[in-house]
Write a protein that binds this ligand. Structure first.
Ligand code: FES
Ligand code: FES
Length: 183
C-alpha cells in the first residue's frame, strides 16, 4: 500500500474507515498510522485544514468532530471512523459566508491566514455552545490556536462580530473608526 509520500509500505493491509465529512459520507482504506489531518488533506483533498506543528501545539489543524473541536493531528483517522466531521470547507452556506468567516473578513482577523482555518473552527465550536461569550471566554476558546501575525486583538473582535450576527444583533463598530480629526 502506498503511503502519503508515495512509497510502498510493507505494513499490514489498510483499514477501512467511514465517516461523514461536511455532510458527505466518505469511506476509504488507510494505513493504521494515518493521522486524521493527513486523511483529510491527502485522501479527501480538504486542504483547508492546515498542518503547522503536528504536535498538538498550534491548532492549525482544528476541525469539529461530533460538534467538538479536535486537533486533527492528534488523532488517527481510524479513531475518527464513525464520526461526523466539519472542516473549514463545510462552514459556509453555499456562497454565504458563515458569520465567523464574515467576522474575520470585516474585522481584519487575519494576516498571513495560516492559522485562520483552525481559528475559525475553534470559534464556530465556541459559538455553537455559547452565542454570548465574554472576551475572556473567547480568549479561552482560542488559547489552543496560535497566531504569529495578528496579536489576537482583531481575532477576538471578529468572533465578537460573529456572535452578534448569530444573535441577530448589529455588531459593534470596528474600533479603528475614530471620529476625531485634527483641526
Ligand atoms: Fe495540529 Fe499544530 S498541526 S496542533
Ligand atoms: Fe498569520 Fe495567524 S494570521 S499566523
Amino acid at each position: 500500500m502506498a503511503d502519503r509520500f508515495g512509497k510502498v509500505s510493507d505494513e499490514e493491509d489498510g483499514l477501512k474507515v467511514s465517516m461523514t465529512i461536511n455532510g458527505r459520507e466518505v469511506s476509504d482504506d488507510v494505513e493504521p498510522r494515518t493521522l486524521l489531518v493527513h486523511f483529510l488533506r491527502e485522501n479527501q483533498g480538504l486542504t483547508g485544514t492546515h498542518v503547522g506543528c503536528e504536535t498538538s501545539y498550534c491548532g492549525a489543524c482544528t476541525v469539529l468532530m461530533d460538534g467538538k473541536t479536535v486537533k486533527s493531528c492528534t488523532m488517527l483517522a481510524v479513531q475518527a471512523s464513525g464520526s461526523d466531521l466539519t472542516t473549514i470547507e463545510g462552514v459556509a452556506d453555499g456562497e454565504s459566508l458563515h458569520p465567523v468567516q464574515e467576522g474575520f473578513w470585516e474585522r481584519h482577523g487575519l494576516q498571513c491566514g495560516y492559522c485562520t482555518p483552525g481559528m475559525i473552527m475553534s470559534a464556530v465550536g465556541l459559538l455553537e455552545e455559547n452565542q454570548s461569550p465574554s472576551e475572556g471566554e473567547i480568549r479561552h476558546a482560542i488559547e489552543g490556536n496560535l497566531c504569529r501575525c495578528t496579536g489576537y486583538h482583531n481575532i477576538v473582535k471578529a468572533i465578537e462580530y460573529a456572535a452578534s450576527r448569530i444573535r441577530g444583533e448589529e455588531p459593534a463598530a470596528p474600533d479603528w473608526n475614530h471620529e476625531e480629526v485634527s483641526a
